[in-house]
Design a protein around this ligand. Structure first.
Ligand code: HEM
Length: 500
């Protein structure tokens, strides 16, 4: 099947062109590499599942770009030790950020320049500034507001019929993230900005498919949308600056912490800017956008898959409802009660193990580096997979079975279970996510019974997060404990063992 390695002469100028071995690792090149990308682009997780079975934990692709000079490697590193090698060393393996970069000095560049995109000292300094706002005590203080917001949203849910639960939990998560991040005093303003950022993310995913700046293309619309969004955030910053003393939303707190450093906006050089430490207007724009994008979609997607998994596992649902009703009697949980809800915690852990919201993370080597036995050059990329790690049978017995009770027995290491990533760049929103997910799940499940529509097709789609491609059609009833799994179709069966 695999072609032999080419001669050293061609390797010297352009790198070898066909599949072969290097450092004891298989490097796919030429047609094999092109095929890899074509299959990976269609269904990254599905392809990695098959690829891992065939090629094992470490391999790479070379010379992917036909006109590239020299060999650029994309390492595919799928074992916990590789997760640790890469994620524990953010100076050697940098983040390249979310969504398409856009032209130099464009609004698109500035709005995506939040924590996820930053590297080096600038990243460390800004992470230090943001962290206190998302640590346990700070987020627990938002818990009553989150409960009230979820309650208001649930009052609008029907008590009978069929609804797209994925869509509903996205609306719910949008409202929670918008109000906590941008303010409760002017709710429609906060929700409006949240909607703008949601639209920006959507256009960002579309623009990847055809990244050309021609009128009518998603890329063109993305650039214009980014400019409008930047103006809207700056307006909000100006208003909050005039009156931020008593406000408790994250953006107001950041504005108060904001030093007087106002770098000239449009002619900033992003590379030089990495060296500065202060929080400027540009940081407020980038951080607001990225915090919202990182929180809204992830929380909603985790909720959606968890509600699906519970509906398909009636005994777990039954036990969980017993736990919730005995401790909460219909109320939202307070953070002080979390210890008395161990099954709720285990359900969330197991859901994010079996269907991790972020299934793949990519890093770029900043200098010569090594992953396993493979030597990398500056600029080479490494792709890690949360999904593959979470399904390794050596760590998780019967990995495709949804068994929350396993969490009462196992304690995997930080690079074996890492839905929120691991190491110095681990997600700063862990507590925010926990409070949102626990509050929303406890309130939804005590109030409603949700069952998957029989015969529904449940497929995954990758757009940074792994989302249900066609939504999550479920029938809704007031809670009556008549739990029943439904046969479903789709590639969700690759990930979880379910009734067909
Ligand atoms: C279920 C919910 C969530 C999941 C599964 C999740 C997952 C992740 C993952 C895997 C990363 C690492 C990304 C990378 O290295 O490329 C990350 C980073 C990040 N997350 Fe989350 N996240 C969630 C919720 C949140 C929330 C609620 C916030 C809002 C505060 C947030 C803010 C961030 C930020 C700012 C980073 C970048 C950290 C850094 O680079 O230093 N996330 N998240």
């Amino acid at each position: 099947m695999l072609a032999p390695m080419t001669t050293a002469t061609s390797a010297a100028r352009r790198g070898p062109v066909l599949t072969g071995m290097r450092d004891g690792v298989r490097i796919l090149r030429g047609p094999d590499a092109v095929l890899w990308w074509a299959r990976f682009a269609v269904d990254p997780v599905g392809y990695l599942i098959r690829y891992h079975r065939r090629h094992g934990a470490l391999s790479a692709l070379g010379n992917v770009h036909p006109f590239g000079r020299g060999e650029r490697l994309h390492a595919v590193a799928l074992a916990p030790e590789h997760n640790q090698e890469v994620l524990s060393n953010p100076d050697l393996f940098r983040s390249s950020g979310l969504l398409i970069a856009g032209p130099r000095k464009s609004a698109q560049r500035r709005v995506r320049y939040g924590l996820i995109r930053m590297n080096g000292p600038k990243h460390r300094r800004q992470r230090e500034l943001l962290m206190p706002l998302f640590q346990k005590p700070a987020v627990e203080a938002y818990s009553p507001d989150i409960g009230a917001l979820v309650g208001q949203m649930l009052d609008e849910w029907p008590t009978d019929g069929v609804l797209d639960v994925n869509d509903e939990v996205h609306k719910l998560s949008l409202r929670v993230s918008a109000r906590i991040l941008f303010g409760r005093e002017d709710p429609s303003r906060a929700d409006g900005l949240g909607n703008m950022i949601r639209q920006w993310m959507h256009l960002g995913y579309e623009a990847w498919k055809f990244p050309v700046n021609l009128p009518g293309t998603p890329y063109y619309r993305l650039m214009r949308h980014a400019a409008r969004m930047e103006r809207a955030i700056l307006e909000m910053v100006e208003e909050k600056r005039a009156d931020s003393a008593t406000r408790t939303d994250v953006l107001s707190i950041l504005i108060r912490a904001h030093s007087a450093a106002h770098a000239a906006f449009s002619d900033i050089d992003l590379k030089r800017y990495e060296e500065y430490g202060q929080l400027t207007d540009m940081d407020l724009v980038g951080q607001s956008t990225v915090l919202f994008a990182a929180s809204f979609e992830t929380n909603a997607t985790a909720l959606s898959w968890t509600l699906f998994l519970l509906a398909q596992h009636p005994q777990v649902m039954h036990d969980l409802l017993d736990e919730l009703q005995s401790v909460l009697a219909g109320r939202a949980p307070t953070p002080a009660e979390y210890d008395r809800l161990p099954l709720l915690d285990a359900v969330i852990k197991e859901s994010m193990r079996i269907i991790p919201v972020v299934p793949i993370t990519t890093r770029v080597a900043t200098a010569p580096a090594r992953v396993g036995s493979l030597e990398l050059s500056k600029g080479d990329r490494v792709h890690l997979s949360h999904y593959i790690t979470h399904h390794l049978p050596a760590i998780y017995r019967d990995p495709e079975c949804f068994r929350p009770e396993r969490w009462f027995e196992i304690r995997p290491g930080p690079y074996e279970y890492f839905p929120f990533s691991a190491g110095p760049r681990m997600c700063i929103g862990y507590w925010f996510a926990m409070v949102t997910l626990k509050t929303a799940l406890a309130m939804i499940l005590q109030r409603f019974r949700l069952s998957v529509v029989p015969g529904a097709r449940i497929d995954r789609k990758n757009q940074v997060t792994m989302v249900p491609k066609r939504g999550m059609p479920m029938s809704i009833h007031l809670q009556d404990r008549r739990f029943e799994a439904a046969p479903v179709r789709g590639n969700v069966h690759d990930m979880v063992r379910l009734p067909r």
